[in-house]
Ligand binder design. Structure first.
Ligand SMILES: Cc1cc2nc3c(=O)[nH]c(=O)nc-3n(C[C@H](O)[C@H](O)[C@H](O)COP(=O)(O)OP(=O)(O)OC[C@H]3O[C@@H](n4cnc5c(N)ncnc54)[C@H](O)[C@@H]3O)c2cc1C
Length: 548
């Protein structure tokens, strides 16, 4: 039983006490909680939503692994382009070589199988061939649709490895005496006059609770793409639609800022382009069909066709619609701001395709972890959704009129595209040749496309121990980050890297926090303006936390 700080010791300042509190129950928070527990701490894991899982449960479930840590480090160093210190990248690279053994241990608990495969990095840099993916193959007696009816994972849920991994994570937590509170939102960190983090305020169904944290707080609260103001301040392009989860509101970033944290990588997100849902109450953008990644300078991994081109509001093609890793950079070209018209002429943009191309495959892939949403993945449902998003025009003239584009510009764009298709090479933007399809047969089809953020990378700066750093480069004592909240990627992303960070960063933070001596400060000062100082007796941390 978690010791109630109000019982037996005359101290009425705290509602409860734990050694380690982990904020956010996605993969990162879960791994941090498991590791802090196994290192001997009583752990409280809190989640503000009614259901755990965050973005994690919506994911593709592919975690990056590496055969050789030195090569993985070389690759990460180039892709992070000086935005992240070497020692931080090195521990991630080393951790990627340890992920498979860790996965084995987790999977055993559920009797799950594991899939492993080599998969090179996304860009042609040194170290590219050291990488692979690991994911959960099958979990016995597990029906994802029944267990997670509120989740849609951009594919039929029985094929989604992300939900299988989450089930394995839940099974592992259930074996441990970790207290788990749902609908419990961390609101403020509390710190002492010496700057150490010593507790936090949590809003729960039973009102606000003041929790003493004797060893450390781990912020694993995910990203900020669902916070309109942060988007507005940190990103040039706007608006950007969130892809999966409305709980990503940057809470952890603000709490860390309030105690002096430095920030990094705020501009960078795992992004692409996609559709706005026709229902104005549906809060998510819908990513366009994801095509297999490819590596410049190497033969394509697949000759899959992409049936569309992307054009701006004038009717010009302006980008490679199929960059090497669509989910990393496909939104970036949309950010151009036209100072003469004071507008984003590429937001929204339009995809255009012809009648032969229209039936190639479903273009939409809805994703969410949200009780108020539902979507039965299937051809019929996808077609019905697309009928509300993709429209028709009888001719190029009609298309120009419907898009508000310039007829002559649009006509020239399509003629040029068809010439490139005939030549078999996109001399303008370098799109892979096998993906090219002509736009010739009317009726033509079109849809608005917008920048879409799958998840953010930015947040508090952390060091190689996952300790959050202040603006003067010093660790804020007893405060940690894990997962995508302040991820390492500040330039180009490595597919599967977010989840590698959840695991590696989660286990580093959990073990490090659990290894600290419990604090014994006597005066606590909340970082909440207006609260008076409160006196606290020295006491030992609570023992024997249980599941709430
Ligand atoms: C469709 C899709 C597919 C993806 N596929 C992959 C993939 O295959 N491989 C990969 O590496 N990455 C993938 N990603 C990215 C990856 O899933 C995420 O980066 C990763 O899962 C983030 O995990 P996390 O634990 O850091 O955050 P989350 O899973 O978002 O968890 C954070 C949790 O913190 C909670 N929280 C927030 N604020 C508070 C608060 N104040 N108090 C309490 N709780 C709070 C949130 O509600 C949330 O549950 C994908 C992303 C998307 C959208």
């Amino acid at each position: 039983m978690a010791q109630n700080a109000r019982q037996g010791n005359g101290d009425d300042r705290w509602d409860e006490a734990f050694d380690v509190v982990v904020v956010g129950y996605g993969y990162a928070g879960a791994v941090a909680a498991i590791e802090a527990h196994d290192a001997g701490s009583q752990v409280l894991l809190i989640e503000k939503m009614a259901d755990p899982g965050g973005i994690s449960i919506c994911s593709g479930g592919n975690v990056r692994t590496a055969e050789d840590a030195d090569q993985a480090f070389e690759y990460l160093k180039v892709t992070c382009a000086g935005t992240t210190p070497d020692d931080v990248l090195r521990v991630l690279a080393e951790g990627m070589t340890e992920v498979p053994a860790y996965f084995e241990r987790l999977a055993q608990v559920s009797g799950a199988t594991i899939d492993r495969r080599p998969a090179s990095g996304n860009y042609p840099f040194p170290g590219i061939d050291t990488f692979g993916y690991i994911s959960i193959g099958s979990v016995p007696d597990f029906d994802p649709a029944e267990r997670y009816p509120h989740v849609s994972s951009y594919m039929p849920i029985h094929r989604a490895a992300g939900v299988r991994l989450f089930k394995v994570i839940e099974d592992n937590l259930a074996r441990r005496e970790v207290a788990i509170w749902l609908e419990a939102k961390a609101e403020r960190l509390l710190r002492g006059p010496d700057g150490e983090i010593g507790g936090l305020l949590i809003a729960t169904r039973d009102g606000e609770k003041r929790i003493k944290v004797a060893r450390g707080v781990i912020l694993a609260c995910g990203g900020f793409e669902a916070d309109a103001e942060m988007q507005h301040q940190f990103w040039q392009e706007k608006p950007v639609l969130l892809a999966a989860f409305r709980g990503s509101t940057g809470d952890g970033i603000r709490m860390a800022q309030a105690v002096g944290a430095d920030l990094w990588h705020m501009w960078n997100y795992h992004g692409t382009y996609g559709f706005k849902h026709p229902d104005p109450d549906y809060p998510y953008g819908i990513r366009s069909k994801r095509l297999p990644d490819w590596t410049p300078g190497r033969p394509p991994r697949s000759d899959v066709k992409m049936p569309w081109i992307v054009i701006d509001q004038v009717g010009r093609r302006y980008m490679n619609e199929y960059p090497p890793y669509m989910q990393d950079t496909a939104h970036r070209a949309m950010a151009a701001f036209d100072t003469l018209t004071q507008s984003y002429q590429r937001i929204p943009s339009y995809i255009v395709l012809d009648d032969d191309a229209r039936g190639t495959y479903p273009l939409c892939s809805p994703t969410f972890n949200d009780r108020s949403m539902s979507f039965e993945y299937g051809d019929e449902a996808l077609r019905a959704l697309e009928d509300r998003i993709v429209f028709q025009a009888d001719s190029i003239e009609d298309l120009a009129r419907k898009l508000g584009a310039e007829d002559a510009v649009l006509r020239a764009t399509i003629e040029r595209w068809n010439t490139l298709c005939d030549a078999g090479e996109d001399a303008d933007f370098g799109r892979p040749s096998p993906s090219m399809m002509k736009i010739a047969k009317p009726p033509f089809h079109y849809a608005e496309v917008w920048p879409i953020c799958s998840n953010t990378h930015g947040g508090p700066v952390h060091n190689a121990q996952q300790q959050i750093m202040d603006v003067f480069g010093q660790p804020i004592p007893r405060l940690y980050a894990a997962g995508e909240m302040g991820g390492v990627f500040g330039h180009l992303y490595l597919a599967g890297g977010n989840m590698a960070e959840c695991f590696v960063g989660g286990w580093i933070a959990g073990r490090h926090a659990a290894g600290l001596e419990p604090w014994g400060v006597s005066v606590m000062e909340p970082s909440v303006p207006g609260r008076e100082k409160q006196v606290l007796r020295e006491r030992q941390p609570a023992r024997g936390a249980t599941r709430a």
